[in-house]
Ligand binder design. Sequence first.
Ligand SMILES: [Zn+2]
Length: 261
Amino acid sequence: MNNIFDTHCHYDDHWFDEDRQEVLDRVLGDGSVVSFVNHAATDEASALFGIENAKKYRNYYTSVGFHPEFASVLPQDWEAKLAELYEKAKATGKLTAIGEIGLDYHYDGYDRDREIEVFEKQLVFANEKDLPVIVHSRDASQDTLDLLKKHGSRGVIHCFSGSAEVAKQALAMGFYIGFTGVLAFNNAKKALKALEVVPMDRLVLETDCPYMAPPPFRGQRCESPMIAEVVKVVAAQKCLTEQQVCDQTCENAKKLYGIEL
Ligand SMILES: [Zn+2]
């Protein structure tokens, strides 16, 4: 197996503090099953991390954007910051998307109105720049879909956790669906049902690492090569070889992120 595109990773997470360099060299080096990774930015520091590594590694790409988790604590000039980060990332020639952005209703303490406001402004920004969006949606499927529809957005619903019905709606709007190691969990019934309705040309794979390590690595720090476990699940359900799954999802990811090589 080779040619894996990890469409969503967070190597800036503190879980990699001890050996980040070593991990990136290994994951992105010759002989790795991974061909490309895309950094999903969550705030300013995270976007700068992505930009630095996009300059450093041939096969490392990055997005810029503000995660809903930070909607209530953004600096006043966050929109100017976003524009600045966009310019910096664009200059690397490796900017893929605006993300990760979205809605997270999981925790009670979050200010939903503020999340919606920040999300919408970034959807407008992505449209202005003709970029796809990387969407984080947790316990907020309907509001997310409504806003994506309202703005005619395109992109990917990452770490898909919705029902098959929600997947169908996102697909009808032209979105790609990103699956993580969750697909390989023992209790992944809902995710497998959603996978059933996703055609092979609209599927992308991701780790969301360091989170969501699939079995047999569950509970450990996740790294991009562990996507191989997700590939096995997809290959079995779609009656394809593992290599076919890698090649097709890699092609999809390039199309999604506008990468022409
Ligand atoms: Zn993420």
